[in-house]
Design a protein. Structure first.
Ligand code: PHE
Length: 381
């Protein structure tokens, strides 16, 4: 008995010392470790790269201004390679090994949804910059976003199709592998029917498919005035190309998932004249927006920021603001202050976190014109 105690005791001390050391190597005590997970490579790489670039710019600006609570932000970023399963790994590592106090990410709703239960059960606040599926923040009270949600985005595009495109009969082509696509398709349909339109065909694909001609031929025979494609840019570009090939020449339109330089790079003239809704346009910002465009261009070799970049930037600023008001990095205190965010002057507009931990914000509609995205209009919530 007498022997056991010291042994157990020294084992505990040793474990504590090892854990302590491992912790110290990661983040100095005068730093605040913030985790980010993003699709830096793989199918939706442009989403992750843009979002990451915006986030990095915000962190650099926060740190240049002295940090938060006298400490610098240390951003620890994990790449999920746009693959299912990897976001859970990334977030588990960031929380358990790196000891981050909050998580920023992701763009794609399915990947935010993979991380959210882990953040919730660890009481680690998660802020998704740009995932729009309602289920993301429904996961629990530690999960936030700084963008609007798809019931709004779907309604915006339904009204746009009905009023501006003057479409009466519309087909919907959904990626059944994506929570985002399924949700946006549903909310669009509800909005379009409510506006007095008809849904004449509903077809499915799996994200990453290469051949869409069978479904597009079926859509063509339903004779729609337009096709709503709530998917991501690579698939959307191929769908627009193959639509032309099967003789389907009506307007195609989508949501924020279309936003990438790759849409025009892949789709070329097949995507010209089409429309999509998103969160932000560098052409439509106020004072704060203009300063952001300049800073971003300077930091990234003249590149123009897109919606993901702007929202990534805003997500880091919202976190810094909440920590400042909490006076602490304690998960529960930061969570409470995130929930109390009101009228924060962000690049993508004023951000107030509502009772569902979402942001009520305007959407913008862009048109593909000469290989670029031209600002069409802003739609208030
Ligand atoms: N809203 C999309 C989703 O939830 C992701 C996205 C955001 C794509 C912003 C482009 C721009 O999956």
């Amino acid at each position: 008995m007498l022997m056991k105690r010291p042994l157990l005791f020294s084992a505990l001390v040793l474990t504590a010392a090892v854990l302590g050391l491992a912790g110290c190597q990661k983040t100095a005590t005068d730093e605040i470790a913030v985790g980010e997970f993003a699709s830096l490579t793989g199918k939706e790489a442009t989403f992750g790269i843009s979002s990451h670039e915006g986030t990095v710019l915000a962190v650099e600006e926060i740190n240049a201004a002295g940090g938060v609570l006298g400490k610098k932000f240390k951003l620890l970023t994990e790449d999920n390679q746009s693959k299912a399963g990897e976001s859970a790994n990334a977030v588990n590592k960031l929380i358990a090994k790196d000891g981050v106090i909050a998580i920023l990410g992701e763009v794609a709703s399915s990947r935010s949804l993979e991380a959210a239960p882990i953040c919730q059960s660890n009481k680690t606040p998660q802020i998704s910059p740009s995932s729009t599926n309602p289920k993301v923040t429904e996961t629990g009270d530690y999960i936030f976003r700084v963008c609007f949600i798809d019931p709004f985005q779907g309604t915006v595009m339904a009204n746009f199709a009905k009023k501006t495109l003057k479409a009466q009969k519309v087909a919907v082509f959904t990626d059944v592998k994506s929570d985002y696509s399924k949700g946006l398709a549903k909310f669009f349909k509800e909005g379009f029917l409510k506006a007095g339109g008809q849904i004449v065909a509903e077809l499915d694909y799996n994200g990453g498919d290469k051949d869409f001609k069978g479904q597009l031929t079926a859509i063509k025979s339903a004779n729609p005035d337009g096709v709503f494609v709530p998917g991501y840019y690579t698939d959307a570009a191929l769908i627009c190309i193959q639509a032309k090939e099967v003789g389907l020449t009506v307007p195609m339109f989508g949501g924020d998932g279309w936003e990438s330089d790759k849409l025009t790079e892949i789709g070329k003239e097949a995507v010209e004249g089409n429309y999509f809704s998103t969160h932000y346009s560098p052409d439509a910002g106020g004072e704060k927006g203009k300063a952001f465009v300049e800073a971003y261009k300077k930091r990234y070799k003249g590149k123009l920021p897109d919606a993901m970049a702007a929202l990534g930037y805003d997500s880091a600023l919202i976190l810094a603001d909440a920590i400042q008001r909490a006076g602490s990095t304690d998960g529960d205190k930061v969570r409470a202050m995130l929930a109390a965010t009101k009228d924060f002057d962000a690049v993508t507009g004023k951000i107030t976190i509502n009772g569902q931990r979402d942001a009520d914000k305007a959407a913008v509609i862009l048109k593909v014109k000469d290989g670029k995205f031209a600002y069409v209009e802003t739609v208030a919530p």
